[in-house]
Design a binder for this molecule. Structure first.
Ligand SMILES: *Cc1c(COP(=O)(O)O)cnc(C)c1O
Length: 383
């Protein structure tokens, strides 16, 4: 099956007892057992629920893995990966991580003896140089938030596995989605999603996902999912399945609209920098072109007058772009990383990374492009 068919049919069979074409919401915690000596497939919904199973099969299909897992949130999925490790184990991670991931690493898991090293992932040598005999996991996010930096998944996986094939490579694929890049095909061991974003796609659920291609790893993850219990519920699983069925058409439009907006911003006199991996002159372009099918729906830009006041003026004056955290829904959103998603990062760190007061992040939706451009244009006039 091609990707555009997998989103609709991957792992999805009509429900066997009724033939229902759409997987029903199996809103049940437990299942009648008929034989004490032979455990049934479904016993208790923390372990397995048919709606979640359908979603997990769909996820595995989309990422070309053997097993998918659905969690209560993206962060619950990351938490599960870290529980594969033990005190003293080392993790190499990007220096430009999603804020919640960084918070989990520094405020939760350092306390339990995991050791994190942060490096710029745009250069593979930074990663290989940081490997020690205790390195167990490399954590990649690409494109990054909010500066859209790109890491070369294949180059990193190959280089790391050459040094030690037991080091796990995990990729947060939230921004790209499997429509744009499939990390397991590029050498990664684990793909993680905040399904809250593009997979769900309608800003109506909070959910996380993992996909792996190795049966032994799948067994370990299933055990943690079952034993720690941060599972996705049946209603949310249903919504995610429904969202995934249109992932390919939504992503195509997200990418088209983002491309038009990035080009518009790049020539605007009140904008100094546009962060978008689809510009031929950006340092990310060559890798993005190689590992992604398109450049995604996220665009960040910095105002020439690089102040909070001007950024707030812009954000107050858009009407279609709603001021909100999150991303990946059908509706366009705008956010101010310094006061919203990245407020926990100290100013000195932010300045070093380029997350400045006049930086605005757009999650470009799938509305009509003329309306979106007009909305941005009008707000920029008032800045
Ligand atoms: C939102 C997000 C997460 C966290 O996911 P939740 O579903 O909010 O827990 C992790 N990584 C990235 C890149 C995200 O955008």
């Amino acid at each position: 099956m091609k990707f555009n068919t997998q989103t609709i049919h991957g792992g999805q069979l009509p429900e066997p007892t009724t033939g229902a074409v759409m997987t029903p919401i199996f809103q049940t915690s437990t299942y009648a057992q008929t034989n004490l000596l032979e455990p049934q497939e479904y016993q208790y919904s923390r372990g397995k629920n048919p709606t979640r199973t359908a979603l997990e099969n769909s996820l595995a299909s989309l990422e070309n893995g053997s097993n998918g897992f659905a969690f209560a949130s993206g962060l619950a999925a990351i938490d599960c990966i870290l529980r594969l490790l033990k005190p003293g184990d080392e993790i190499i991670a990007g220096d430009d991580l999603y804020g919640g991931t960084y918070r989990m690493f520094t405020k939760l898991f350092e306390k339990y003896g995991l050791i994190f090293t942060y490096v710029a992932m745009s250069n593979t040598k930074n990663i290989t140089a940081a490997i020690t005999k205790n390195t167990k996991l490399v954590w990649i996010e690409t494109p990054t938030n909010p500066l859209m930096k790109i890491a070369d998944i294949k180059a990193i996986s190959t280089a790391v596995k050459t040094i030690n094939s037991n080091i796990l490579i995990a990729v947060d694929n939230t921004f790209a989605t499997p429509y744009l890049q499939q990390p397991l095909n590029l050498g990664a061991d684990i793909v993680m999603h905040s399904a809250t974003k593009y997979l769900g796609g309608h800003s109506d659920l909070v959910m996380g996902a993992l996909v792996v291609k190795n049966k032994k790893l799948a067994k370990e993850i299933h055990f943690i999912q079952f034993a720690a219990g941060a599972i996705a519920g049946p209603m949310d699983s249903f919504l995610a399945i429904r969202g995934i069925k249109t992932l390919h058409v939504r992503m195509q439009r997200h990418c088209e609209n983002a491309n038009a907006i990035a080009s518009f911003l790049a020539q605007h006199k009140k904008v100094s920098t546009v962060y978008y991996p689809g510009f031929k002159n950006s340092e990310s372009y060559t890798i993005a072109k190689k590992q992604m099918n398109d450049f995604g729906g996220m665009v960040s830009f910095q105002l020439k007058e690089n102040t909070k006041e001007k950024a707030f003026l812009f954000l107050e004056n858009t009407s279609l772009f709603t001021l909100a955290e999150s991303l990946g829904g059908v509706e366009s959103l705008a956010s101010h990383p310094v006061t919203m998603t990245h407020s926990a990062i100290p100013q000195k760190e932010r300045d070093k990374l380029g997350i400045t007061d006049g930086l605005i992040r757009l999650s470009v939706g799938i509305e009509d492009i003329e309306d979106l451009l007009q909305d941005i244009s009008k707000a920029l006039e008032l800045v």
